[in-house]
Design a protein around this ligand. Structure first.
Ligand code: ATP
Length: 514
C-alpha cells in the first residue's frame, strides 16, 4: 500500500513539476477537487480528446458530433431523473467529522479482498512457473475461492440495498464488516443519508424572476434533447450515434484521488440510437469496440478489466465498466450502458413532443433504444499519465525518470537541440524548428549539457530529440534519439518529417490492437 501511495504522490508532483496539472487557484490554497491543466497538460488532454473523437466520429460514417450548452432547461433534469435520483449515499464519522460515500467504503473493503486474491495468484504464478494455469487456480484454490465468494456476497448485498434504497442495511453492512474511518480508525458512524450531487445556479437578474438551473452533471442529456434535430437535419438512419465532449459538474461528497474524482470534469460520451430489441447485440459490440480503442494505446492488456454492474441505474438494462489499474487499484475509467428508451421516453413525457423515429424498413415509428459509451477525459488523462511515468535503472547504474506517453498523445513530438550554443549550430537548429513546426508541436532547447536536456525531454514525455552537431554543417545530417529506447540514429534533415509523422500517425495507432 505504501508503495502505491508513493507512486501516486510521484504522479501528482511530476504532473505539477512538468507543467501538466496545477491545483486550481493555488495562490489561495486551491479549491478542493478542482484542477487546472497547464501548458503540457492542455496539449495531452486535447490529444486524448482528438484520439477519441477521430475513433468515434471520423471513423464511423453513422456517428456525428454536437456541442450542447452546459446550461439546460431545468425540466431536463426532472425528466432524466437527476432531480430525484442523482444521489450518493453519504455517511459521517462522528469522531473525525469526516464525510465518506458509504458505497465507496464498502467497495474499498472489497478491493482489499481482491488485492489478497491477486497476491495469492502472484505467489502461485511464481511457484508453478510456466505450467501455471490461472483460471484453474482461481476456480479451485480454497483460499481464493473463499475470498472471491466473500467479495461477491458483499457486493451483491450492497447492490440490493442501494437498489431498494435500504440505507439502514448499508449502515448495518458497514458495521458488520467492521469498516473504520480510513483516516482515523474510528467506527463511530452516523446514519447513511442521500445527497444530491447537482450544482445549482440561477439564471436572470432579479431575485424574483430568476430561474433555478443546474450545471449539467453529464453531457448525455444535451444529446437526447437534440436527438430529433440531428436525426432530421443530418438525415440519419438508425442505427446512428451522436457524440459530444464537454464539461460536467458534480458536487462529489468525497473528492480525493487527484483528477480521478473532480467536481468539474470533462466527459466524452456517445449515444447510439438503435432499434428496440437489438440492444444486446450493440452492447456487446460497443464493449468490444471501446476496449479495442484502449488497447490500441499499448498500455498493457493486464491493466484493463470489465466490471459488469450488479446494481443498475434507473435508466439501464445492462451496464459494464471498463476498469483500469490506477496507482490506487482497479477503478472505473469508462461506462458502457444500455439505456433502453428511458431518456427519450421521459423527454417525450415531460416536453409533450414526439421523439420518435420513422423506420422505413419496418414502416412504423418508435422511440429508439440507446447504447451509451461514456468516458471521463480527466480519468483517461490520469490513466495515461500514471501508466507512462516510470523510473528506469540504466546500464551504468544511474536512473532516469521517463514519461513514456504513447507518442500519438505526447504534447510535444520533437525537441530540437543544438549540441553547443555556438559555431552556427543554433541557427541550423532553429531552421529545422521553423520547418517542423508546420506539422508538429516542437520545442527548441539550447540550455545545459545535451545529456541533461535529453533527461528533461524524457521526463516531459517528448518522443524525439533531434541534435544538431558539427557534422550537420558538413553533410546536413542530424541525430534523432528515441525517448523509450534511447537509441540514436544519424539521418538526413529532410527525412525528419517522415520519421516523426510515421511514429505519431493516428492511423498506425488506431489500427493496433494490443
Ligand atoms: P463513479 O462511480 O466513479 O462516481 P459514475 O459511475 O458516476 O462514476 P458515470 O456517471 O457513468 O460515472 O460517468 C461516466 C464517466 O465519467 C466515468 O466512467 C468517469 O470516467 C467519468 N466521471 C464521472 N464522475 C467523475 C468525476 N467526479 N471526476 C472525473 N471523472 C468522472
Amino acid at each position: 500500500m505504501a508503495n502505491q501511495d508513493d507512486q501516486f504522490k510521484k504522479v501528482i508532483s511530476h504532473a505539477k513539476e512538468y507543467g501538466y496539472i496545477f491545483p486550481s487557484s493555488e495562490i489561495y490554497d486551491g479549491l478542493s477537487a478542482v484542477y487546472d491543466y497547464a501548458q503540457n497538460g492542455v496539449e495531452l488532454k486535447k490529444n486524448i480528446r482528438e484520439y477519441w473523437w477521430k475513433a468515434m466520429v471520423q471513423m464511423h460514417d453513422n456517428i456525428v458530433g454536437i456541442d450542447a450548452s452546459i446550461l439546460m432547461h431545468p425540466t431536463t433534469w426532472k425528466a432524466s431523473g437527476h432531480v430525484d435520483a442523482f444521489n450518493d449515499p453519504l455517511i459521517d464519522n462522528k469522531d473525525s467529522k469526516k464525510r465518506y460515500r458509504a458505497d465507496v467504503l464498502v467497495e474499498d473493503y472489497v478491493a482489499k479482498i481482491e488485492a489478497k486474491v491477486e497476491k495469492e495468484i502472484a505467489k502461485a504464478e511464481k511457484r508453478f512457473g510456466d505450467s501455471f494455469d490461472k483460471e484453474q487456480f482461481v476456480a479451485t484454490n480454497p483460499r481464493v475461492v473463499k475470498y472471491n465468494e466473500e467479495a461477491q456476497a458483499i457486493l451483491k448485498r450492497l447492490g440490493q440495498s442501494l437498489e431498494k434504497e435500504d440505507l439502514v442495511d448499508v449502515k448495518a453492512l458497514i458495521e458488520e464488516l467492521g469498516i473504520a474511518d480510513p483516516e482515523t480508525g474510528s467506527k463511530n458512524w452516523t446514519e447513511v443519508k442521500q445527497f444530491n450531487l447537482m450544482f445549482g445556479t440561477k439564471l436572470g437578474a432579479s431575485a424574483e424572476s430568476a430561474m433555478d438551473l443546474y450545471l449539467r452533471p453529464e453531457t448525455a442529456q444535451g444529446i437526447f434533447v437534440n436527438f430529433l434535430n440531428v436525426q432530421k437535419t443530418g438525415r440519419m438512419k438508425i442505427p446512428f450515434g451522436i457524440a459530444q465532449t464537454g464539461k460536467a459538474f458534480r458536487n462529489e461528497i468525497v473528492a480525493r484521488q487527484f483528477i480521478f474524482r473532480m467536481r468539474e470534469f470533462e466527459q466524452m460520451e456517445m449515444q447510439f440510437f438503435i432499434k428496440p430489441g437489438t440492444q444486446k447485440e450493440w452492447y456487446d459490440y460497443w464493449k468490444e469496440t471501446r476496449l479495442k480503442w484502449h488497447m490500441s494505446l499499448g498500455m498493457g492488456e493486464e491493466n484493463y478489466r470489465f466490471h459488469d454492474h450488479e446494481k443498475l441505474a434507473h435508466y439501464a438494462d445492462a451496464a459494464s465498466d471498463i476498469e483500469f489499474r490506477f496507482p490506487f487499484g482497479f477503478k472505473e475509467l469508462e461506462g458502457i450502458h444500455s439505456r433502453t428508451d428511458f431518456d427519450l421516453a421521459q423527454h417525450e413525457k415531460f416536453s409533450n413532443k414526439k421523439l420518435q423515429y420513422f423506420d422505413p424498413e419496418e414502416n412504423k415509428s418508435y422511440v429508439p433504444y440507446v447504447l451509451e459509451t461514456s468516458i471521463g477525459l480527466d480519468r483517461m488523462f490520469l490513466a495515461v499519465f500514471s501508466n507512462s511515468l516510470v523510473e528506469e535503472e540504466l546500464e551504468n547504474g544511474s536512473t532516469r525518470t521517463v514519461l513514456k506517453l504513447p507518442s500519438v498523445l505526447a504534447p510535444t513530438k520533437v525537441a530540437i537541440l543544438p549540441l553547443v550554443k555556438k559555431d552556427g549550430l543554433p541557427e541550423v537548429a532553429k531552421e529545422i524548428f521553423e520547418d517542423l513546426k508546420w506539422d508538429f508541436n516542437v520545442t527548441y532547447d539550447e540550455k545545459d549539457a545535451v545529456g541533461r536536456r535529453y533527461r528533461r525531454q524524457d521526463a516531459a514525455g517528448t518522443p524525439f530529440c533531434v541534435t544538431v552537431d558539427h557534422d550537420t554543417l558538413e553533410n546536413n545530417t542530424v541525430t534523432i534519439r528515441h525517448r523509450d529506447t534511447m537509441e540514436q540514429k544519424r539521418v538526413k534533415i529532410e527525412e525528419l518529417r517522415g520519421i516523426v509523422a510515421q511514429e505519431v500517425d493516428i492511423r498506425n495507432w488506431l489500427l493496433k490492437t494490443k
